[in-house]
Ligand binder design. Sequence first.
Ligand SMILES: Nc1ncnc2c1ncn2[C@@H]1O[C@H](COP(=O)(O)OP(=O)(O)OP(=O)(O)O)[C@@H](O)[C@H]1O
Ligand SMILES: [Mg+2]
Length: 249
Amino acid sequence: MGIIEIRGLNKFFGSFHALKDIDLTIREGEVFGLLGLNGAGKTTLIRILMGLLNPSSGSVRVFGIDPSTNPLPIRKRASLLPQECQAYENLTAMENILYYGLMQSEAPKEELIERANYLIDLIGLKGRENQLTKKFSGGMKRKVLVARSVVGNPDLLFLDEPTTGIDVLGARKVRNLIQKLSRNEKKTIILTTHDLTEINLLCDRVGILVDGELKAIGTPDELEGQFQAANIEDIFSSLVEGRIGGDEE
Ligand SMILES: Nc1ncnc2c1ncn2[C@@H]1O[C@H](COP(=O)(O)OP(=O)(O)OP(=O)(O)O)[C@@H](O)[C@H]1O
Ligand SMILES: [Mg+2]
């Protein structure tokens, strides 16, 4: 059984059909990339998995639990870096990170401080950790949120466009962190990004969402074989431009 099991998931916003018959299993320990144009349904899917939105129909299980009826045990073990989210401006970077760690984890404070310092260093905020985040640039605030999302040692991590707004060097650091979390700590990670290099570098498997439909799922190699394409970018472009159906197995 997967860490996430989605069967026949549909989501409507009024009459708008945002997610269409999604079937997806996420395996423990994999990095899964969700690809799709603006409005494809990536954030909606992630919000349903965290129990922040209810599905219209279908079944969703995270750690075997239904997030629409019982989200709290899921949120103890899973963490979300939302696409749009602010740090607490009147707290320092360290305080922002620790506050979240204390909420999510039962680890002793000293342990959380140690992990926060490790993350601050890794993400390139060393020396700024005791400054209020209201004095931070947009990208620096985003880095705080990335660190905050992993400080509590979650088993499952949803990263909704983690590197958006972060500069080239910072984005490398974030990617490096994601690789470390995956390889050394065996976290399961669901990642959305518009950066196909990031997908190629980080993801074991990818899912391509087109207008709320999951048109393709597989490892980059599998998809390249299935669609007879040279790379993910070609597959993605063809799928979103409707040149290949994606239903042929
Ligand atoms: N709360 C809501 N009420 C009504 N419509 C919504 C709501 N949330 C999302 N939608 C619609 O659902 C569709 C999917 O939105 P979603 O935010 O999941 O897209 P996305 O793939 O994350 O896009 P982006 O790449 O821009 O972040 C969009 O058409 C959006 O307008
Ligand atoms: Mg989104």
